[in-house]
Design a protein around this ligand. Structure first.
Ligand code: ZN
Length: 198
C-alpha cells in the first residue's frame, strides 16, 4: 500500500493475478474504494479494514471489478455497462458530488478503452482507471475520435491537479501532462475517420 496524502493511498496493481490498482480514500464517515482489483488477498485485506465502505468501479473489466464478489461494501457506484456485468450497484449518470471530510466527485468518463467508464476526484487527486487508454480494433490500436474529444473536454473541466492511471508503475501524473498527451493524439485525427490509429 502506498500513501499519496493523509487521506489517500492505493494498493498497487499486480500482473499475476491480473489485478488493477485499488484507490483508498479515507473520508470522515466512509472508506471510499476506487476499483477493487481481482485478487482474493486484496479483497481479504479490504474486508479486514473495519470501516463502512463505498466502492466506485471504473469499468467492467475483471481486473478492476472482479473483487466485488466477496467484498463487504455498503454501497457501489458504477457505469451502466459495468452494471450489466454485476447486476448490482447504483449507475452513475453525469456527476455526483459528496462531502465526506473531503470533496468527492464521481463522474462519467467518455473512454475509448471501455464504454461507460467512471472516474473519481478526491480532493486534489483524480482516479481515472484505464479510462484514458486506447482500444484494439481489428488488430489496430486506436482511439475513437468522438469519445477522445469528449474525454479531453471532461478532463479539462476537472479541478484535481494529479491524475492517477491504472497499471502504470508511475501511477501519478500532472493533469497537464495527461491532457496534452491526449490532445497530441487528437491532433492526428483524419477528417471523416472515426478512429485515430496510434
Ligand atoms: Zn480495462
Amino acid at each position: 500500500m502506498t500513501s499519496l496524502s493523509e487521506r489517500i493511498s492505493f494498493i498497487e496493481a499486480s500482473e499475476n493475478p491480473l489485478s488493477a490498482d485499488v484507490g483508498l480514500i479515507s473520508g470522515g464517515r466512509y472508506l471510499w474504494l476506487f476499483d477493487v482489483g481481482n485478487d482474493p488477498k486484496v479483497t481479504e485485506l479490504l474486508n479486514s479494514i473495519d470501516r463502512p465502505k463505498i466502492a466506485v468501479i471504473s469499468h467492467f473489466h475483471a481486473d478492476h471489478a472482479g473483487g466485488l464478489n466477496g467484498l463487504d461494501a455498503e454501497k457501489i457506484y458504477l457505469g451502466a455497462q459495468t452494471f450489466k456485468h454485476t447486476g448490482r450497484g447504483e449507475i452513475v449518470r453525469g456527476d455526483i458530488y459528496f462531502n465526506d471530510g473531503l470533496p468527492i466527485h464521481i463522474f462519467e468518463l467518455p473512454s475509448s478503452h471501455s464504454p461507460g467508464s467512471v472516474g473519481l476526484e478526491a480532493g486534489d487527486f483524480c482516479f481515472l482507471g484505464d479510462g484514458i487508454y486506447s482500444t484494439k480494433k481489428q488488430g489496430r490500436t486506436v482511439y475513437n475520435a468522438g469519445l477522445l474529444q469528449a474525454e479531453i473536454k471532461k478532463l479539462r473541466s476537472l479541478s484535481a491537479s494529479r491524475f492517477l492511471l491504472s497499471h502504470d508503475g508511475r501511477f501519478v501524473y500532472p493533469r497537464g501532462e495527461v491532457i496534452s498527451s491526449l490532445e497530441e493524439i487528437w491532433s492526428r485525427r483524419i477528417k471523416n475517420e472515426p478512429y485515430i490509429e496510434i
